[in-house]
Design a protein around this ligand. Structure first.
Ligand code: ADP
Ligand code: MG
Length: 240
């Protein structure tokens, strides 16, 4: 599980995370919603150790992410992260792009990495695009490739940061379907999203971030059906 304990983080004078406490259980799907600048992305990058924290602790399966003794490369293999956009290597095929990390980071043999990459690309519905170059994919297909690339490392946890935000509305559905599939398979996921319908349908719990504070967290029916804080009420009214 992922345990976030009283985490604080500032960029210069700006405190971006003001004491976040949150535990994500194995198999749980947590979505994070909230306005721009509320600290959502920062939290994700702290979870996989891309960003240091100022105080508090983050534990992944009991390992303290920011402890000096922690092997971050090893830890990150457990935690897949997918962003709004991923720039694939343009001179490599889709298959070769997805094979790269298993080869380089995990030291897999070429046939082993290829088998894994094919499996994950099929999983996200790109089994017919193996030998295509990334520039030939639609935005939605590119995001599914990015998801396959993360899955090829066999992560235990997946973090998604607004993976549909850069897409044409027409292409959002296919990517959300992929996330739904992973959720239905029991993947432990934290999804930052603006897709309220998705959050409502897929999440076990939804967390609302506001100005660096986790202002509210509840199962979706409760959070959307009976928002408690005025800030969340305002946010939901604005996104409706
Ligand atoms: P969100 O993902 O909720 O939109 P972020 O976590 O990206 O919010 O950002 C929270 C705040 O931290 C914003 O005010 C942003 O400008 C600031 N911030 C994020 N990353 C950096 C950085 N690397 N350096 C300085 N300020 C940053
Ligand atoms: Mg963000």
């Amino acid at each position: 599980m992922i345990e976030i304990q009283n985490v604080r983080k500032s960029f210069g004078a700006l405190e971006v995370l003001k004491g976040i406490d949150l535990t994500v259980q194995n198999g749980e799907v947590l979505t994070i919603i909230g306005g721009s600048g509320s600290g959502k992305s920062t939290l994700l990058t702290c979870i996989n150790g891309l960003e240091p924290i100022d105080s508090g602790r983050i534990l992944v399966d009991g390992t303290e992410v920011h402890a000096r003794s922690t092997d971050l490369n090893e830890l990150r293999q457990k935690i897949g992260i997918v962003f709004q956009q991923w720039n694939a290597f343009p001179h490599l095929t889709v298959l070769e792009n997805v094979m790269l990390a298993p080869r380089k980071v995990k030291g897999m043999s070429k046939p082993e990495a290829e088998a894994m990459a094919v499996k994950q690309l099929e999983h996200v519905g790109l089994g017919d695009k193996l030998s295509v170059y990334p520039s030939r994919l639609s935005g939605g297909q590119q995001q599914r490739m990015a998801i396959a690339r993360a899955l090829a490392m066999s992560p235990k946890y997946m973090l998604f940061d607004e993976v549909t935000s850069a897409l044409d509305p027409m292409l959002v559905g296919e990517v959300l379907d992929t996330l739904r599939l992973l959720a239905s398979e029991g993947m432990t996921m934290i999804c930052v999203t603006h897709e309220m319908k998705f959050a409502r349908e897929v999440s076990d719990r939804v967390a609302f971030f506001h100005q660096g504070v986790m202002a509210e967290i509840a199962p979706p029916a409760e959070l959307f059906g009976a928002p408690k804080s005025p800030d969340l009420q305002k946010f939901l009214a604005a996104t409706a």
